[in-house]
Design a protein around this ligand. Sequence first.
Ligand code: NAP
Length: 310
Amino acid sequence: MAARVLDGTAVAQQIRAEVRPAVAEFTARTGRPPGLGIVLVGEDPASEIYVRAKLKSAADEGLRADLTRLPATASLTDLLAVVEGLNHSADHDGILVQSPLPAAMGDDAERRVFDVIDPGKDVDGFHPVNVGHLVQNRATLAACTPSGVIELLERSKVAIAGARAVVIGRSDIVGKPMALLLLHRNATVTICHSRTVDLPRVAATADILVAAIGRPAFVTREFVKPGAAVVDVGTTQVTDRALVERLFAAGSKRRDAFERRGSIVVGDVHPEVAEIAGALSPVPGGVGPLTIALLLRNTLAAAQARAQGG
Ligand code: NAP
């Protein structure tokens, strides 16, 4: 039987419908909309698309969103100066520096940027203070993508408490906060990574399996317990025709999209998993729209906290 679809687009719409009136109320009360400052360094094509989507979504829900662009040749000092400016801006409640940063900025550039963002404006939830609050289960600003996964599971009535959850991926921005959020909802959590021994066997113990790896179609049928809920966080732009032809049948929507554009975004979960999972989030239309919805909600929360002097 085909897995139930965990519809991220629909859940994101619900969240945005909750954010919209609260944004209007905030704007009426304070005389200004919640403000988001986005910083984009360089011209990475995928980042351009993500940033455009974030700007449009913010505007659609009544937030103010401003983009500061820096050239790929900008120094880390230049970037930190822009962040400092946003830290002191009265109009901006949230700051988002789009990843990835140019390699020339150095291996630890992202960490150094996260360290400098005012924790109260850290709508990505990456500042060490916010990460610490997350560890202690008192986060006000938690990372958007894993928070979106929790919303998707809860609003789709997937039981988390008592479930065995396996998260594949241990990055600071997805895997680790994902594991903590599941733990705080009383799942029994295992975190896997590239050095995990016998990964398919470990993954197949999961009632809830979250794949956040960045390897297209890596999670095959053998990784999945029949009936499990599987959330596919991965997004990889694929141009390899042979891979697309292996994954998607001729005449399918995904194949047609590839024929039109020459590339498609593919998740970490192999399409065959739909035959064995109980529920599965699609790519696209799964976690991606939720990440944006949670960014808007975090910006609103940051604005409300600042307005109360928090
Ligand atoms: P990342 O920083 O590259 O981390 C990837 C993780 O996967 C690492 O922990 C790595 O293990 C693990 N991994 C890599 N190859 C593996 C293998 N063969 N077996 C087991 N584990 C393996 O990536 P990320 O930033 O967490 O993002 C993960 C994916 O999610 C990417 O495709 C990204 O584009 C996507 N993403 C989507 C959204 C969205 O809104 N939809 C948002 C954020 C990220 P090690 O630690 O051992 O290297």
